[in-house]
Design a protein around this ligand. Structure first.
Ligand code: NAP
Length: 345
């Protein structure tokens, strides 16, 4: 039986407000667990960076990424989920209830914790990327590739993600040019070979993206590339070496330079992480982690599928797992906490 029934302890805190966190919020709220959803530095997650989502089931005409997130938030709120801005800096997960230290200095206490902090796509730091992300610049070919029928597009990166993006884009685009900073791919042989064998895919070796041209009104129109025969041309440029520059006309640019799971706040906890930082969940169909009462959902625990719909699925699983776990501890639903959460901003 649970002894952690003090009134300032939440039943469930969900860290992250992307599609996984929202799905977990809908389920836990409907189970009357009054979840608190913490919205971190990227409220709404990666979907807010994309325009139309055409592969989420139930929207034959597609749905805006932002709209999907806003609807999810409304849906969760309708059942009693609460939302607050807050970034978790550290977590104490050795004992129950768990304690989360927020950037504001505030401490939250919770019986169950759902980690849905996602993974952030790496950006390369090219000029213009802040303005044009979502306007012809994308980190997700599956989401945005179909908008580039007949375009010439660039894919930045040399790993499996970049090859996958290039192969997907080759179905729509006139030409796909993979821009890689070295002369050797990091991708697996099979993915690399598939991309090399494709007629519509070309490679620019030892080349990097320096600047993106375009506007939010007209989308991406061009890119400035830099090349150095020894690779890593932007590093060479920064150290004062001469590089070749070229401006190319393109209608779209896709970043495929990897993702970084947002698990820094778990580094010193008994929750286990994979070597590349992804949250490790227990084997089989479960969202349980190495710590009882901590559950993972969405991209933070999924380096492979990374789709909105799979994130929503694991969000609902985490909620059901958390509910079942709370039930085994005998937590009563009528001891709802009242926690004042200050907004970060
Ligand atoms: P990754 O293997 O880390 O590759 C990232 C690529 O981006 C590397 O080629 C890297 O260049 C380049 N890069 C990183 N930062 C850059 C920057 N600032 N500017 C320019 N280029 C940059 O990441 P990933 O491709 O996302 O793959 C992650 C994991 O998921 C891998 O284990 C992969 O096998 C797996 N995955 C598998 C599949 C599949 O099998 N279907 C699909 C996707 C991902 P360098 O090579 O020079 O470091």
């Amino acid at each position: 039986m649970s002894t952690d029934t003090t009134p300032d302890v939440r039943d469930v805190v969900i860290v992250g407000s992307g599609v996984a966190g929202l799905s977990a919020a809908v389920y836990t709220a409907r189970a009357d667990l009054k979840p608190l959803v913490l919205e971190g530095p990227e409220p709404g997650g990666q979907l807010t960076l994309t325009t139309d989502v055409e592969n989420y089931l139930g929207f034959p005409e597609g749905v805006g990424g932002m709209e999907l997130i806003q609807n999810g938030k409304e849906q969760a709120s309708r059942f009693g989920a609460e939302f607050a801005h807050g970034t978790v800096e550290t977590a104490s997960l050795e004992e129950h209830p768990f304690e989360l230290e927020l950037a504001t200095g505030e401490t939250l206490r919770t019986r169950a914790l759902i980690v849905a902090t996602g993974a952030s796509a790496r950006w390369v730091g090219a000029d213009g990327e802040d303005d044009l992300m979502g306007y012809g610049l994308s980190t997700c070919a599956t989401c945005d590739g179909a908008f580039h029928r007949g375009d010439d597009v660039l894919v930045i990166g040399g790993g499996d993600s970049a090859m996958e993006e290039a192969l997907f884009l080759a179905k729509f685009a006139d030409s796909v040019t993979v821009v890689h900073r070295r002369d050797e791919l990091r991708a697996s042989d099979i993915m690399a070979q598939r991309a090399r064998d494709h007629d519509a895919i070309e490679f620019r070796w030892n080349t990097e993206l320096l600047e993106i041209q375009g506007s939010q009104e007209h989308g991406v129109t061009g890119a400035t590339l830099v090349h150095h025969p020894d690779g890593h041309p932007t590093d060479k440029l920064e150290s004062g070496l001469a590089v070749e520059r070229e401006t190319v006309d393109v209608g779209g640019i896709f970043y495929g330079v990897g993702h970084v799971p947002n698990t820094e706040f778990l580094a010193e906890t008994p929750v286990e992480l994979e070597e590349d930082g992804y949250l490790r969940t227990e084997p089989g169909m479960t969202t349980e982690t190495a710590v009882e009462g901590v559950f993972g959902a969405g991209d933070v625990m999924d380096p492979d599928y990374r789709q909105a719909i799979t994130a929503a699925g694991t969000g609902s699983m985490a909620a059901l797992d958390a509910e079942a776990w709370l039930d085994t501890r005998g937590t009563t639903r009528d001891l709802q906490p009242v926690v004042e959460v200050k907004l970060d901003d």
